[in-house]
Design a protein. Structure first.
Length: 620
């Protein structure tokens, strides 16, 4: 058992070194344009105003020149560095590290070491900002793994042994609670969570109401416990479940800043609640006085000066602790990402129950950061959908992508509740995924069984590209991705034809939503550019989203069109052979799914061969 954890440690070390080295190499050799296209860099940027935030950190606004084709990778908590370009195009990195406070499409707020830093940046003409190597998250993961490996005679050691050996799991005996508004498997899952003394797993295939079930479970657990912790791998997933909990009337304290910066979300972040506290104005006045005192020339700093500073600092510290305690006392749910569970604000705080959503997408080491704070853990997710993102191929193939959720599902099947009724897609759309990934156990809710966008419209289509001119894939060197021009044109044509068939007026009035998915970033960017310049689609543009599979995780649309890109004579399909990714792609549609691809290339793989036959009824 320790052996598996030591292996995780070794593989995490490989991933860490690989990522650090890749970052170093990129910083030195990769052109700025390429980094911008990858979404890891904004250039050029302009700086907005600076201010001290509620947590007494100096922050500044950073704006990028408009370029909406490119989705960027900046989000809360990620470290960034700054650079500037001189007249001859030479890049110089500045010794300034900032942390993203939050990021929107064209603007982000970055916390900086000091006010002077902003002044130093402001006098540079061609300024850029790029993601920096995230040392901190790795440190938290290594710490957590060390703690688990070395745990003796404590709850952490017990949980580790339960997850990894044949040690039994314990359950409480209690009468089942009825939830008439949930379906049978959801109700069972909530009861299993209430009974669990050590661990419970909610396995939620697409559209089965995993979040609904989880929110209900949190609500019920809070009738028995004063406070719980709710975590997920990504900021977006934390936001999503936090919103649902707030809608259920539960007070949430969000540690870290939300990705979707709407008023509702900001209302329960630690920073905003801190600022809204009645004692905050007094604290702000003291901090301002301290800053003003520090502006005194050092020649005029007497003993009395130092005593005054010391007194003010003590007072500020007291008020800060008072505000913090009152915010934590008031909250029922502490919500954060897994790495956020290592936030200094949470030091020495423990919880009876920790919920981890999207657990199948999180590295094992990241889960332990949160589990260290818990007596029992509830994992929710789907290990038949996206797995964790890993950059080092060797680390991935040797098992870094194996998640804690998979280990528990395998070693403790009795802790798993599978949600079996899905509410998203029609029977025809769902059947293939249910048979291939879930042993046919996922059933369709009656009210969506025959869902379709038009009377007698076929909900499934495969548009064949083999033999069509200009539909070969091309390798795009500068972004290490692939693109298929002909297929992109065909995708936009297919969309236009579908809108005409539905009728543009009806399409707009009913707000029919469309998702265009491609596994390849370069194809996504190409499709976005085409969509932007296609005047016939201008009115409909707000209803259409183009993104990668990862970008659609957890989302759904009325219509989904997938451009598979791969088309070659060798039957090479690259990372399309990651079938869990494809499971996500083909289960996003509520009413209609169109796949555009070269079946001769793809059908050499059993999954695609079967999918093609299922959709077309033809045998290759």
């Amino acid at each position: 058992m320790i052996k598996e954890l030591v292996l995780q440690q070794k593989l995490l070390q490989m991933e860490y070194e690989y990522e650090r080295e890749a970052f170093r190499r990129e910083t030195q050799t990769t052109g700025v344009d390429r980094k911008v296209r990858r979404g890891d860099c904004w250039f050029p940027v302009t700086l907005g105003q600076g201010r001290y935030n509620a947590l007494n950190r100096f922050t500044a606004e950073v704006f990028r020149r408009k370029d909406e084709d490119i989705t960027h990778n900046f989000e809360f908590g990620k470290p960034v560095c700054f650079f500037y370009q001189n007249g001859s195009g030479q890049i110089t990195y500045l010794p300034v590290l900032g942390i993203v406070s939050y990021a929107e499409e064209e603007r982000m707020v970055v916390s900086l070491p000091s006010q002077d830093t902003l002044l130093a940046l402001q006098d540079k003409e061609w300024l850029g900002v790029q993601l920096y190597f995230d040392e901190q998250t790795y440190r938290l993961m290594f710490d957590a793994l060390n703690a688990v490996i070395n745990a003796r005679d404590n709850r952490l050691a017990e949980l580790r042994d339960i997850f990894y050996t044949s040690a039994p799991i314990h359950k409480l005996t209690m009468h089942p609670v009825g939830f008439p508004w949930l379906n049978t498997t959801q109700e069972q899952a909530v009861n299993e969570i209430l009974r669990a003394k050590d661990v419970a797993v909610v396995h939620g295939p697409p559209g089965t109401g995993k979040t609904t079930t989880l929110v209900e479970a949190v609500y019920e657990v809070l009738r028995r416990e004063t406070q719980v912790m709710v975590c997920a791998q990504s900021n977006m997933a934390v936001d999503w479940i936090s919103e649902q909990l707030v809608d259920r009337g539960i007070s949430v304290l969000r540690i870290g800043n939300p990705t979707r910066v709407n008023d509702k979300m900001l209302g329960f972040t630690y920073e905003k609640l801190f600022e809204a506290h009645p004692d905050y104005p007094e604290l702000w006045a003291i901090r301002k006085a301290i800053r003003q005192l520090y502006a005194t020339p050092s020649s005029k700093r007497s003993e009395a000066f130092h005593q005054k500073i010391s007194r003010l600092k003590d007072k500020a510290g007291e008020i800060e602790i008072r505000i913090r305690e009152s915010l934590f006392d008031h909250a029922k749910v502490i919500a954060c990402t897994l790495a956020g569970a290592g936030n200094p604000l949470l030091t020495n705080r423990t919880y009876h129950s920790v919920f981890i959503d999207e657990a199948a997408q999180a590295l094992e080491a990241a889960c332990w950061i949160a589990i260290r704070k818990a007596d029992r853990v509830i994992l929710a997710g789907d290990h038949c959908q996206l797995s964790p993102t890993i950059k080092c191929y060797e680390a991935e193939t040797q098992g870094l992508s194996k998640t804690l959720m998979e280990t528990i599902v395998h070693n403790k099947p009795q802790s798993v509740s599978l949600l079996e009724t899905q509410y998203r897609m029609s029977e025809q759309l769902m059947r293939f995924s249910s048979d291939w990934f879930y042993e046919g156990r996922v059933k369709c809710a009656d009210n969506v069984k025959y869902r379709s966008i038009l009377e007698l419209e076929n909900p499934l289509e495969w548009i064949e590209t083999s033999g069509i001119d200009n539909t070969e894939e091309k390798f795009v060197g500068d972004s290490h991705s692939r693109v298929n021009e002909g297929e992109a044109i065909l995708t936009i044509d297919t969309l236009t034809r579908l809108i005409d068939k539905i009728g543009k007026r009806r399409f707009l009035e009913e707000g029919v939503s469309v998702g265009i998915i491609s596994p390849y970033k370069a194809q996504v960017q190409k499709l976005r550019r085409m969509l932007k310049t296609d005047s016939s689609l201008r009115q409909c543009r707000s209803l259409i989203t183009v993104n990668t599979v990862d970008g659609f995780q957890g989302q759904e649309r009325d219509v989904i069109i997938i451009s598979l890109v791969r088309s070659n004579n060798d039957g090479k399909i690259g990372f399309l052979s990651d079938l869990r990714r494809m499971n996500v792609a083909i289960t996003r549609a509520r009413m209609k799914l169109i796949i555009i691809g070269d079946s001769t290339t793809l059908s050499r793989h059993t999954f695609y061969k079967k999918l093609y036959e299922y959709i077309t009824g033809k045998h290759h």
